[in-house]
Write a protein that binds this ligand. Structure first.
Ligand code: MCA
Ligand code: AMP
Length: 470
């Protein structure tokens, strides 16, 4: 079966099968446009794709996947330094961008631009690449250093989407609505490739504002907790979601209060699911089963999980023992590009992936994510942000002597990026701008606290827990 099974073989030809903002395409039009892109790419092993929230992104990604070319999504808000790293590290051979636009940074990219042209269709047939081939290289932050490219195979994506279709009773009758960025697993794999494999329509609303979710009239909705919390605060929009079939939250912990508010306003108990860029979605509540606030459900088909203590010994699944969650199964990535060191460190000797998340597992198999083992990975608005990367960006400023970045609790974002800086005559807003000129917009500190010294232990190591605890 082809990766994008529904797009390749369905007979559904509604004019608005895929809608992004105010542009819609039918299945046959999308296939024709994407095939024209695939024709242009034939033979390339990797291509970078500009991932603005537009229909061009969908056509470009689908075109590359038809051609068997691995897609390197370039975050639409990436700062120049981050963009350069992604393009160089991935060794992308070309950049797919909307026809008639000059991709920002393109002269410096030094890459040929292949236009995504919404006037050109093709009927060539491209053979389906094998499931072992790389579909996506997704750049994701670790605790230190620049983002690493996670290699995701076609087979892993197909298995994940089939597992989710089963768990969520997702069918061709669904209309999926979301407004997530198109460069992460959540918005791109689940939110675009999902409907193209499972069937059904997609409406991407652009920015995920509550009133746009309400107006879209979907059956199935995806959001990160920040989006759900904003919807819960906009009661008229929330009430409009009563007509939906299923509301799904992921990418960060959904606060119990938001779960309860949404239950009251929409009549729906939100389905939570858990995953990572490296593992895809591994654990979820089911459409035909219970949903519990503060818990993320049970493993998806083929996925196995364990919780272990600091010595790697298995802990009991009694609902109270807390340990690092390890996962294995068919949805795992194939490693980090060019980083065998990081790859080896991310797995146990017997091949289990270390999530870095601390969890409990109950006797009934239900998982609760309690937090992260390291304070150096921050989740803000559902975005994963490495403290080390932001610290390096700050330290590049000549007036900054020391910097420590942490995630402080934030009612809307879950955590907010906060920088503690020892510097000479520099202001917080200057430093926020300085980071924004290098990294993605969402990696900017929300707050810079200028301090005389950072708290350090006897060995000179910064005590981040003291910064977090205040
Ligand atoms: C933001 N702003 C700032 C700063 N930060 N201004 C000054 N200094 C700062 N430090 C600006 C923004 O640019 C924006 O301006 C305004 O403040 C509001 O920003 P924000 O509060 O961030 O709201 P937002 O722009 O509406 O974004 C919230 C969001 C977004 C829509 C929830 O965070 C988002 O799209 N999150 C999704 C992340 C995601 O998809 N993660 C999936 C990865 P202006 O209004 O002028 O633009 S996880 C994954 O893939 C796994 C597998 C999984 O489990 O899903
Ligand atoms: P990313 O690689 O950006 O997908 O981030 C993965 C991380 O997001 C995980 O390691 C978790 O820390 C967090 N995460 C994803 N889904 C959930 C969830 N439902 N509850 C709590 N944390 C989550």
């Amino acid at each position: 079966m082809s990766l994008l099974a529904a797009m390749s073989s369905s007979v559904d030809d509604r004019p608005d099968l895929v809608r992004v903002g105010d542009r819609s395409l039918s299945r046959s039009r999308l296939l024709g446009l994407a095939t024209a892109v695939a024709d242009d790419l034939h033979g390339l092993d990797r291509v970078a794709v500009e991932t603005t929230p537009t229909i061009h992104t969908v056509v470009g990604v689908v075109g590359a996947l038809l051609a068997g070319t691995a897609v390197v999504p370039v975050p639409s808000d990436a700062g120049p330094r981050e963009r350069e790293h992604i393009l160089r590290d991935s060794a992308a051979r070309a950049l797919l961008a909307p026809a008639g636009t000059t991709p920002h940074g393109s002269p410096a990219d030094g890459l040929p631009v292949v236009p995504v042209d919404l006037r050109r269709v093709s009927a060539t047939t491209h053979p389906e690449p094998g499931p072992e081939r790389t579909a996506l290289i997704l750049y994701t932050s670790g605790t230190t250093g620049a983002p690493k490219g996670a290699l995701l195979s076609r087979g892993a994506i197909a298995t994940c989407l089939d597992g989710l279709a089963d768990a969520w009773a997702w069918t061709p009758d669904d209309l999926l609505v979301h407004g997530l960025p198109l460069f992460h697993v959540h918005g791109l794999v689940l939110g675009v490739l999902g409907p193209l494999r499972v069937g059904g329509r997609l409406h991407h609303v652009g920015r995920p504002q509550p009133e746009r979710y309400a107006a879209a009239g979907g059956t199935l909705y995806f959001g990160v907790p920040t989006i759900w919390s904003r919807i819960a605060a906009a009661s008229a929009s929330a009430r409009a979601l009563r007509r939906a079939r299923l509301l799904v939250s992921g990418s960060a912990a959904l606060p119990t209060a938001v779960f309860d508010d949404l239950t009251g306003l929409t009549g729906h108990r939100v389905v939570e699911r858990y995953g990572m860029t490296e593992t895809l979605i591994t654990v979820s509540a089911r459409a035909n089963g219970p949903r519990r606030p503060g818990a993320v459900g049970v493993p998806l088909p083929g996925v196995r999980t364990r919780i272990v203590d600091e010595q790697g010994r298995d802990l009991p699944t009694d609902g109270t023992a807390m340990g690092e969650l390890l996962v294995t199964g068919p949805t795992l990535f194939d490693g980090y590009l060019n980083r065998p060191d990081a790859d080896a460190a991310s797995r146990t000797a017997d091949g289990w992936f270390r999530t870095g998340d601390v969890a409990t597992v109950g006797p009934d198999g239900w998982h609760r994510i309690v937090g992260r083992a390291s304070t150096d990975l921050i989740k803000s608005g559902g975005y994963r942000i490495g403290a080390g990367e932001v610290e390096e960006a700050l330290l590049a400023h000549p007036a900054v002597r020391e910097a420590a970045v942490v995630g402080l609790p934030h009612p809307d974002l879950g955590q907010q990026v906060t920088a503690y800086v020892v510097g000479d005559g520099v202001t917080g807003p200057e430093l926020v701008d300085f980071v924004a000129r290098q990294l993605s917009v969402h990696k900017r500190p929300r707050e810079v606290r200028l301090v005389d010294a950072l708290p350090r232990n006897a060995l000179g190591k910064v005590q981040k827990k003291r910064l977090v605890e205040g």
